[in-house]
Design a binder for this molecule. Sequence first.
Ligand SMILES: [Zn+2]
Length: 265
Amino acid sequence: MSREVYEVYAIKYATREGTRSGNFIGGDPHDAPMPMDYFVWPIRNAERTFVVDTGFSAAMAQQRKRTFLRTPSAGLALLGVRAATVKDVIITHMHYDHVGTFFDFPAARFHLQDAEMSYATGRYMRHGRFNHGYEVDDVVGMVKLVFKDRVRFHCGSAELVPGISVHHIGGHTAGLQCVRVATARGRVVLASDTSHYYEHMETGRVFPTAFHVGEMVEGYDKLRALAESPKHIIPGHDPLVMERYPAPSKDLEGVVVRLDVPPVS
Ligand SMILES: [Zn+2]
């Protein structure tokens, strides 16, 4: 019986300055810089390629004052992944920094939780408190893709293909999902915004953008239950990911790291 395993990568496409006080509910007594990185995560083996999240565009980087490094599609091209031909994209949630360049994937179907679509189009979006992470044009764009039968809805946990599954977490947004991937080193979990930084899941604190704080804290236990070990959980925005994992080649240092191999530090 063959066991499907995959390579998994983090591609850094943008970054921004930040402070510790801005990254935790309740602030932080030791305020200091705490920058944030932005990633997309391709998963592949000889049979198939999945992409987790589609980042944001240069125009959005300018609008939201982020430091833009490359388009997500250009980042993927560095690994030989052509956005134009990718067939499966997993959208962890529809915040601007996770769904923003969906239009660069014209051949893809988009895997999304039922709860995320209903959250992003429902009553809570009346409030700036909950809508500030969304761009209405992204949400409308995904609704249009529903009408073209290009959104594959999931509810809870679902195995998409052998070795790749999605798992509803909620918390940060109502329909946030994480992704579990079978790799040569065991089950790796792409947490996305279930844990923005390692510190969130390690200390049980939460990022200020929150729909349901209880689900956020419970989410850390869900990540640990899904992953081979805590060292197999990849936070969604932590610059430490770039330090802890090796680049796949010398020329990609500082841009891409490989997550299906053990961390180097
Ligand atoms: Zn995010």
